[in-house]
Design a binder for this molecule. Sequence first.
Ligand code: ADP
Ligand code: ADP
Length: 218
Amino acid sequence: MIEARGLTKQYGDKRAVDDVTFSIAPGQVTGFLGPNGAGKSTTMRLILGLDKASSGTVTVNGMRYSEMASPLTQVGALLDAKGVHPGRTARSHLRAIAATHGISDRRVNDVLEQTGLESVAHKRVGGYSLGMGQRLGIAAALLGDPGVLILDEPVNGLDPDGVRWIRELLRFLASEGRTVLLSSHLMTEMAQTADHIIVLARGQVKADAPLAEFLDVQ
Ligand code: ADP
Ligand code: ADP
């Protein structure tokens, strides 16, 4: 469960997130839908404690990110391509994160398997395609077996197979009872992935409803 109350983020004169209130339920995929600049990324960064709110609050399972004893076990995130050293292998990258957080090597193997990276885990990340890079990002997000997953535009730039794979994985993870939140600027993408949509525009929530309410089909 992710809850925002009156959440606001001001950058100078710019109000990137403007008095936003929402509840995101577990066991389903929720999408932030909105055009470029709508405030999707900023809201995610506020949830993850990567930015400080100007006012209002946002909590995950009742706790602010900064209050969590072991955040990786509660919230996993895939933001825009974070720098993995290109000379590193996928396995060594994941092992390094795991080691810092007291997570076992066995769990590294599990997430490599779940993201279909086992056969390339010994290869340097510099040679990875965009889709493989996204899988690695998701593998890292899953390391702590978190109940909440946050993904910023996870299918951007991927080929149809890559898009389908991420969609199926997210739906599976939600079916396990996790809270899955992703962002997209494409309604067509949301219609195929999300159960519930929160429309953001100019930093404000313009709609917050089950997918069925946006579509003329059942
Ligand atoms: P989205 O993810 O929906 O594309 P963002 O959350 O990235 O939107 O951005 C929302 C608004 O806030 C945009 O107008 C953007 O330019 C502005 N913004 C985002 N981050 C910063 C920042 N660090 N400094 C100044 N303005 C920012
Ligand atoms: P079990 O061994 O209890 O049958 P599963 O076959 O359900 O377990 O899952 C084995 C591993 O594969 C788990 O890590 C699970 O999260 C993952 N997994 C199972 N099905 C999928 C799927 N459709 N997409 C992604 N991961 C999956």
